[in-house]
Design a protein around this ligand. Structure first.
Ligand code: ZN
Ligand code: ZN
Length: 414
């Protein structure tokens, strides 16, 4: 038996005023999601634990069975792995999400994306790549341009710690944040100092660059500083395939999700139409799941835009996205046999359209195959799934339950 894990980012919600107190899942026409609920066993899932609003990264680690309290130190490594560039992460590297920004001489952030469109980015990166902080001559800073204003960046060398604060606060018109140690250790204090030296140097070098002078003359904001956030060190993690003895692949459009799956050693099934955005082709994803099932024991398929629409406070578009996901599920259901496949459908967390934020409300989950004992739940919604026989489980419970259904668990005891 094979496993298909469908994670729809932030798909569950709280009651929306615009929908007369219903959630997008309750309002959407989703006969195929409902079929999974009807044929399977349903429940709700606390991705991390009750009362903790999950990040997408920590939630996915948990759902894959890797306790995020043990394995997670920041988002940076997953972003670097996910951008698909040539930077190769090594154990001990501190990885960041980074971006070009525009500051004035007082380090007030004028545009935290430096106008977003930076055709000179690759040339500008060359000016600061390989930087050696004066306070740490055996540490190097490596960076690479990804898209628009974004960069992948890592520190490599001895004595580094990811326990440092963000330089980029996600805001403009404020003074650039100084990087600080988040714990009282020598390595954290030193790493924060290196980051501050790098940021300062990036300003000194980039603001003098003729490329930025040209940008200024042409009316574009100069890309004159590099801001960092999400510091993290990649944990040593046993690959997903080895850990569970499964050949595992993934389909995802968003960089973070590709990065997490790559960190766990899953193989990518490329789907060019999977964009990680509202325009993504969910049906193409469904086709790719079905087409690659023979070659794999486990396929993780991620859809991002349900979360993005909630961050944008747009319940109507979230409904449209759920209905697109429903068509993907319909295609899969039509082309696989539930005698041979178990399908798990869930979200990595709830994202509320009202506040635009992730919440601690446990999302619904349905686990469906002809092996499972179903229940009376016939709709895949927040309220209905809570009545199912799975009850309320944790994110880290998902993999053991799936492994048991496919016969990959061992008896505990005699
Ligand atoms: Zn998420
Ligand atoms: Zn989100």
């Amino acid at each position: 038996m094979k496993i298909i894990l469908l994670v729809n980012d932030g798909m569950s919600d709280q009651p929306c005023k615009d929908l007369g107190g219903k959630t997008p899942l309750e309002e959407a026409k989703s006969p195929n999601l409902d079929a999974l609920a009807r044929l399977g066993m349903c429940g709700i899932m606390d991705p991390i634990k009750p009362g903790v609003p999950p990040g997408s990264d920590t939630a996915h680690l948990a759902i894959f069975g890797y306790d995020p309290f043990h394995y997670y130190s920041g988002r940076g490594p997953f972003e670097v792995l996910g951008c698909g560039g040539s930077l190769k992460l090594q154990p001990g590297d501190i990885a960041f999400r980074a971006n070009f920004a525009t500051v004035n001489e007082d380090f007030i952030v004028l545009d935290r994306r430096a106008g977003r469109n930076i055709p000179e980015a690759k040339e500008l990166v060359k000016l600061v790549d390989g930087y050696i902080p004066p306070s740490a001559p055996d540490v190097n800073v490596y960076l690479e341009h990804t898209v628009e204003h974004r960069l992948a960046l890592l520190l490599r060398g001895p004595g580094l710690s990811p326990r440092i604060s963000d330089v980029d606060l996600g805001q403009s018109k404020v003074k650039l944040n100084e990087c600080k140690a988040l714990e009282d250790t020598k390595t954290a204090v030193q790493t924060a100092q290196m980051v501050n030296e790098f940021v300062r140097n990036s300003y000194d070098v980039l603001s003098k660059s003729p490329l930025n002078k040209k940008r200024r003359i042409a009316g574009f904001p100069p890309a004159n500083v590099i801001l960092l956030r999400g510091a993290g060190m990649l944990s040593k993690m046993q690959s997903f395939g080895e850990r569970y003895n499964l050949k595992a692949s993934f389909i995802a459009g968003g960089a973070l999700y590709k990065g997490i799956a790559r960190a766990l050693g899953m193989q990518e099934i490329p789907v060019p139409e999977a964009t990680g955005k509202f325009n993504t082709n969910t049906l193409a994803k469904g086709r790719a799941v079905v087409a690659n099932l023979k070659e794999n024991d486990f396929i993780f398929c991620h859809v991002k835009a349900t979360d993005s629409m909630a961050h944008d406070h747009d319940p109507q578009k979230k409904i449209e996205m759920i209905e697109k996901i429903d068509k993907m599920v319909g295609y899969i259901l039509k082309h696989v046999s539930l005698d041979e496949v178990v399908i798990a459908l869930t979200a990595d967390h709830t994202t509320a359209c009202s506040t635009g934020k992730h919440t601690a409300d446990p999302p619904p989950i349905a686990i469906t195959s002809s092996e499972v004992i179903n229940d009376d739940v016939v709709r895949f919604t927040e309220k209905e799934c809570a009545k199912g026989r799975l009850g309320r489980i944790l994110g880290v419970d998902v993999m053991p339950i799936l492994l048991d259904i496919v016969g990959k668990t061992k008896k505990f005891g005699a």
